[in-house]
Design a protein around this ligand. Structure first.
Ligand code: AMP
Length: 292
């Protein structure tokens, strides 16, 4: 496994992009290259993307970069878990060909000012409390696409809004690659896997489980025939413990992410939420299953 970026200082940082280009240039013509962008603190959710990429593509590149432009001042950029040594071991075991460790000074040199915005889709849900977040995601993902020129890029449905925005950006800008989205991976008890879960205290970890429980409640009530969106959401909200500070809980159309009024209209609905448990912001979503 090639590791690019380890122990490199800001002064020689530009070579990190040239190194990728030269590695890319030496790959046999016609080989597929999967890119798996992450912020590290790797868990089974990330590794499920790597494994799918390994099965479906000839080469797999994993990037680890805690991207500052997707964090607002006061968010958890400095507290974000960093576990590089373990990450490299996991990447190696999962069969990654190249790991690239991004550097802020390389990706955002002085004077950097370009923005990439996918309006509307970026303004709702997580965009309401994090108005600059998806702009930061889009710019870093687009830069990684330009640096690596992958044929495929893998994203998790854990971040459903994110992958929807990236799909839209890719389509709108005619980017020559395929976006592959993969299912959300959960802990055995149902909590959505997240790098941020390690920041939960034991007590908060118990509270956090209520997030997947209420989504599961919406899915099962709907599967049992409840079609009233307002009632499904109201019942679910009443199940959340007081320690959960709910940001949003919605039932949406999967591809447009528009709120649904009437479930019988849609064949592809998803329920999603964002909430704070203590200091930790968590997101989760589940697909609705139509009553038989
Ligand atoms: P992150 O490191 O949180 O930026 O995530 C990197 C990639 O891993 C994104 O495409 C996420 O959607 C994906 N990912 C994170 N957690 C999970 C999970 N529990 N299941 C599936 N994919 C995930």
């Amino acid at each position: 496994m090639i590791i690019l970026g380890h122990d490199q200082s800001g002064s020689n940082a530009p070579s990190l992009i040239e190194a990728v280009r030269s590695w890319r240039g030496q790959l046999p013509a016609g080989e597929s290259l999967a890119l798996v962008p992450t912020m590290g603190a790797l868990h089974e959710g990330h590794l499920s993307l790597v494994r799918a990429a390994r099965e479906e593509c000839d080469q797999v590149a994993l990037t680890i970069f805690v991207n500052p432009t997707q964090f607002a001042p006061g968010e958890d950029l400095s507290e974000y878990p960093r576990t590089l040594k373990k990450d490299l071991e996991k990447a190696r075991k999962a069969g990654v060909d190249l790991v690239w460790l991004g550097q802020a000074e390389l990706l955002y040199p002085p004077g950097f000012s370009t923005e990439v915005i996918v309006p509307e889709l970026s303004e709702r849900l997580c965009g309401l409390s994090r108005p600059h977040h998806f702009g930061g995601v889009c710019i870093v993902v687009l830069k990684l696409f330009n640096i690596f020129q992958p044929t495929h890029a893998y994203f998790g449905e854990k971040d459903l809004q994110q992958v929807t925005i990236i799909e839209r950006m890719t389509r709108d800008l005619n980017l020559p690659l395929e976006i592959v989205s993969r299912p959300l991976v959960r802990e055995p008890d149902g909590l959505a896997m997240s790098s941020r879960n390690v920041r939960l205290s034991d007590e908060e970890r118990v509270t956090a489980l209520s997030l997947s429980t209420v989504l599961g409640q919406i899915v099962s009530s709907h599967a049992a025939g409840e079609m009233n969106v307002e009632k499904l959401l109201k019942d679910a909200r009443s199940l959340l413990p007081a320690e959960v500070s709910l940001e949003y809980l919605e039932i949406l159309d999967r591809s447009s992410l528009q709120p649904l009024q009437d479930l019988s209209e849609s064949q592809d609905a998803v329920t999603c939420l964002a909430a704070r448990v203590g200091e930790v912001r968590l997101i989760d979503n589940m697909a609705l299953v139509h009553p038989q």
